[in-house]
Write a protein that binds this ligand. Structure first.
Ligand code: GTP
Length: 361
């Protein structure tokens, strides 16, 4: 079985974390997101992954190679300019000869793909689309279905009055290869805006697969942190997993659930409170507190500093006297100097990638 994973987006909502790292390689519990996805797909019988990449494809290829090390075959397709979600799959057409999965490359989920494929094959639509319930559908693309689960229409960010369903597109599809005949070659084309409405107009069946299974789009810092909290609490034992070579001072206090990568140093009187992840070689200096946060590799929290419910990119540093609280996001190599107070939810860009002048996020 084959799956196309769409990893060609720019990951703008997750910036500054995605300034240097493609979204698919952003670590989840200290492993690239895509590694989780490959494991999940493998469990459901996928043997071939086709990665539709765009910007920054090299880090993915140098980590996964041909996939052998991960027990799955990986093929890479690069787009010279973004083709959109459906255009990117059209670009993979030569590799696709039977029902196949398509995934958005930022969805962490336990949706039962085996059952979804079984239903697709029993009923035989041209497209199946997984749906997931959300509390506030007005900020998503809502999918309206009939009593038999056939899709009636797609509504992008409906107003409160228009909302007729709390089910949104989960970014997981099964497609029959022939639907790609309706996608133009080398032209930006989207599933929800172009291909699916076109198929509905033509009278083709798009079957929904609603599921209550765990699902989260990790594409924003808030959701990325939430996914970590969910995964860590999911351990159920408030455990502390300690990487090889890490040193914890006898007076330091660690409360799980916490994942501490290899060769970290937690100094005297420092505190690490779960749910927290420290990447490899992080340092929590004397008396510093890290709580509810995710730190990427080689980050440092200076003496007496506080980092709470935040994300810190690799080689970032928080110095003493500069508490970093509530949803702040530090890009790679960012240092928050003494006396710098960051506003709640502030995002600090690395100097090599100054913040673009875009107000939409
Ligand atoms: P934002 O810029 O934050 O919206 O992120 P994004 O574009 O990476 O994600 P979005 O949720 O908009 O897209 C859904 C999925 O489709 C993501 O996994 C993207 O990587 C992927 N994607 C979006 N546009 C393209 C494209 O033009 N080509 C390819 N290959 N993938 C795409």
């Amino acid at each position: 079985m084959k799956a196309v994973i769409l990893v060609g987006g720019e990951g703008t909502r997750l910036r500054p974390l995605t300034c240097n790292v493609p979204k698919a390689m952003v670590p989840i519990l200290n492993r690239p997101f895509l590694e989780y996805m490959a494991g999940y797909l493998k469990e459901h019988g996928v043997e071939d992954i086709i990665l539709a990449t765009g910007s920054l494809p090299d880090p993915i290829q140098s980590y996964f190679g041909d996939g052998t090390k991960f027990g799955i075959r990986m093929t890479y397709l690069v787009e010279e300019s973004p083709l959109g979600t459906a255009g990117a799959v059209k670009n993979a057409e030569a590799f696709l000869d039977e029902s196949f999965f398509v995934f958005n490359g930022d969805v962490l989920t336990e949706i039962d793909l085996t059952a979804m494929m079984r239903r697709h094959q029993e009923i035989g639509p041209k497209v199946s689309i997984a749906l997931t319930p959300v509390d506030n559908p007005t900020i998503y693309g809502v999918v309206e279905t009939d009593a038999e689960g056939k899709v009636k229409r797609f509504m992008e960010k409906p107003s409160r009055d228009e909302v007729t369903s709390n089910l949104i597109n989960a970014g997981i599809y099964i497609l029959e290869p022939e639907v790609l005949e309706h996608v133009p070659v080398a032209t930006p084309f989207m599933f929800e805006h172009h291909l699916f409405p076109r198929l509905l107009e033509m009278g083709e069946v798009i079957l929904s697969y609603p599921s209550d299974a765990y699902w989260i789009d990790t594409g924003t810092p808030e959701k990325y942190l939430e996914a970590h909290h969910d995964l860590l609490w999911g351990w159920g034992d408030r455990g502390i997993r300690l990487g090889r070579g890490s040193k914890i001072h006898s007076t330091a206090r660690i409360e799980g659930p916490a994942l501490i990568g290899e060769e970290c140093v937690i100094a005297e009187d420092a505190q690490v409170k779960g749910p927290t992840v420290l990447g490899p070689r992080c340092e929590v200096a004397k008396g510093a507190v890290v709580e509810g946060s995710v730190l990427w590799h080689d980050s440092k929290v200076g003496e007496g500093a506080i980092l709470r419910n935040c994300i810190a990119g690799s080689y970032s540093c928080v110095q003493h006297g500069s508490p970093v609280l509530d949803g702040c996001v530090l890009g790679d190599n960012v240092t928050v100097g003494r006396g710098n107070r960051l506003a709640k939810g502030a995002r600090v860009w690395p100097e090599s990638h100054p913040k673009p002048n875009i107000t939409s996020f």
